[in-house]
Design a protein around this ligand. Structure first.
Ligand code: ADP
Length: 390
C-alpha cells in the first residue's frame, strides 16, 4: 500500500485490513470482518495467538516490529491497532511512505504515555485526577494514599499501584526504580464508568450506552450496561467523548474510562485508542458490535446503530485463577446454561492468574433491570461461582 493507493482508498472499497496485534480483541474483530466481507491480516508474535486462526493471514512478529508492519501493510489497504505497544517513531517512517493508519499516528501520539495523555486531557480542559511526572529518586509529591503508574506498556492493572503507606511505597519504589512514572491522586470514586465511542473519518460520532465497570486488583471484573446514572452525568460523559474524539480527529473505536465521584463529578482516568474490554457486551447486546463498528470506521463505511437490542446486559470476564493448560470445557458448558448467556472463549493455550481467558455476557430483560443493580450483581456472582469452583 503506497501513497497513490492511500488516495485511492477514500473512493475504493477497503477490502483488506491489517491489525497490529493478534490477541482476543483482534480475534473478535475477525468475526465481524467475515460478516462485512473484509479480510483481516494480523501481526502477532505467536502462531497460537487467538486471532491467528480466525484471520485471513498473519505476519508472525512482535507488535513493535516496524519491518513486520511494513510487510503487513504491503498486502493491506489500511492498518489499525489492537493495542498501543507500538513503536510510533518507526511507524511514522511507514506513514511518510504512504501507509494509511486508522486511527492516524497523530491521534495515537498523545495517548501512548500516561503522563503525556494526562497533560493532553488537562490542556483540553477535561477533568482528571491531579498528577505529576515522577522518578523514584525525587521526594514524594503528595500524601498517602496515591497511585503510581508506569507511563508506558501498562495493561490490566499491571503497572498501576495504589500506595497506601510508607512500607508499600518503599517496596514499589525499589521495584520501579529507573522507570518513568506517573503519580496521581487516589480518587475515592463512587463508581467507575466507561464510554465506548466511535468516530468516522468524516467526523460522525456514535456512542454506545454508557456502562459501569467494576475492577478487582485493578483488573476489570464485570461491566453493567447501561450504567444507572443521571441524565446529567450521561450528557457530560458523552460531551467528554465528543470533545476528545474530535480533538484527536480519531477514527475508529475509542474506550474512555471515567471515575464518578459521590458528588456526581466525572474525572477521566484513561483513554484507549482501540476496542475495549468494557465494550464486549456490544457483541451480543447491541445492534452493532464494537468490533464491527471499528471496522466500519476504519474502512470508511457508515457507522452502525449503537443501541441495545435488550433492556440491559452484564459482562463478566473469565480471569485465570491458576497456571494450567485446561480448556475448562465443563465450566463453559455450565455457564452456557445460564438464561440469556453467551460464552466467549479466547482459545489461549495457557491459563495464568489474572489472565483474560474469555468472557460471558448475559442479556437482561426489563424486569431484571428494573429490579436494580443488586439483581444484576447476583447474576455476575452466579457466573463467578461456577467459574471459580474447584
Ligand atoms: P490499566 O491501564 O493497567 O488498566 P488504569 O490506570 O486504568 O490501569 O488503572 C486500573 C484501575 O486502578 C482503575 O480501573 C481503578 O480501579 C484503579 N485506579 C487507577 N487510577 C486510580 C486513581 N487515581 N484513584 C483510584 N483508583 C485508581
Amino acid at each position: 500500500m503506497k501513497s497513490n493507493q492511500t488516495a485511492a482508498s477514500s473512493s475504493t472499497k477497503i477490502q483488506r485490513v491489517g491489525v497490529v496485534g493478534g490477541g482476543q480483541l483482534a480475534s473478535m474483530m475477525g468475526d465481524a470482518a467475515r460478516a462485512l466481507g473484509i479480510a483481516l491480516v494480523v501481526q502477532t508474535p505467536h502462531a497460537t495467538d487467538p486471532a491467528v486462526s480466525v484471520a485471513a493471514g498473519a505476519v508472525l512478529a512482535a507488535v513493535d516490529d516496524v519491518l513486520a508492519t511494513a510487510q503487513l501493510a504491503d498486502g493491506c489497504d489500511v492498518i489499525t491497532f489492537e493495542n498501543e505497544f507500538v513503536d510510533l517513531d518507526g511507524l511514522r517512517t511507514l506513514e511518510r511512505q504512504g501507509v494509511l493508519f486508522q486511527p492516524s499516528l497523530s491521534s495515537l501520539d498523545p495517548l501512548l504515555d500516561k503522563y503525556v495523555q494526562r497533560c493532553y486531557l488537562k490542556d483540553l480542559g477535561l477533568p482528571t485526577p491531579g498528577f505529576w511526572a515522577w522518578d523514584c529518586s525525587a521526594d514524594l509529591p503528595i500524601d498517602f494514599p496515591f497511585v503510581v503508574k508506569v507511563r508506558r506498556h501498562g495493561y490490566d492493572g499491571q503497572g498501576t499501584f495504589i500506595v497506601k503507606d510508607r512500607e508499600s511505597f518503599e517496596s514499589i519504589r525499589a521495584k520501579l526504580k529507573g522507570q518513568s512514572l506517573l503519580v496521581e491522586e487516589f480518587v475515592p470514586f463512587d463508581r467507575e464508568l466507561a464510554v465506548i465511542a466511535a468516530r468516522s473519518a468524516n467526523g460522525e460520532i456514535a456512542i454506545y450506552p454508557i456502562v459501569e465497570t467494576q475492577q478487582q486488583n485493578q483488573v476489570c471484573r464485570l461491566v453493567i450496561a447501561p450504567a444507572d446514572i443521571s441524565l446529567d452525568v450521561k450528557s457530560e460523559a458523552e460531551a467528554i467523548a465528543h470533545t476528545l474524539l474530535n480533538s484527536l480527529e480519531a477514527v475508529g473505536i475509542f474506550g474512555i474510562e471515567l471515575f464518578l465521584t459521590s458528588d456526581n463529578k466525572l474525572l477521566v482516568n484513561e483513554i484507549a485508542p482501540r476496542t475495549h474490554n468494557s465494550g464486549h457486551f456490544t457483541i451480543d447486546a447491541c445492534e452493532t458490535s464494537q468490533f464491527e463498528q471499528h471496522l466500519r470506521a476504519v474502512c470508511q463505511l457508515p457507522l452502525g446503530n449503537c443501541e441495545l437490542k435488550c433492556a440491559g446486559a452484564v459482562m463478566v470476564n473469565l480471569l485465570g485463577y491458576e497456571s494450567a493448560e485446561s480448556d475448562y470445557l465443563e465450566k463453559r458448558k455450565q455457564l452456557a446454561q445460564i438464561d440469556g448467556a453467551f460464552v466467549h472463549w479466547y482459545g489461549k493455550k495457557e491459563s495464568r492468574p489474572g489472565r483474560k481467558l474469555g468472557h460471558v455476557t448475559v442479556l437482561l430483560d426489563r424486569e431484571v433491570v428494573d429490579q436494580g443493580r443488586m439483581q444484576v450483581q447476583a447474576i455476575a456472582q452466579t457466573i463467578e461461582s461456577i467459574w471459580n469452583a474447584n
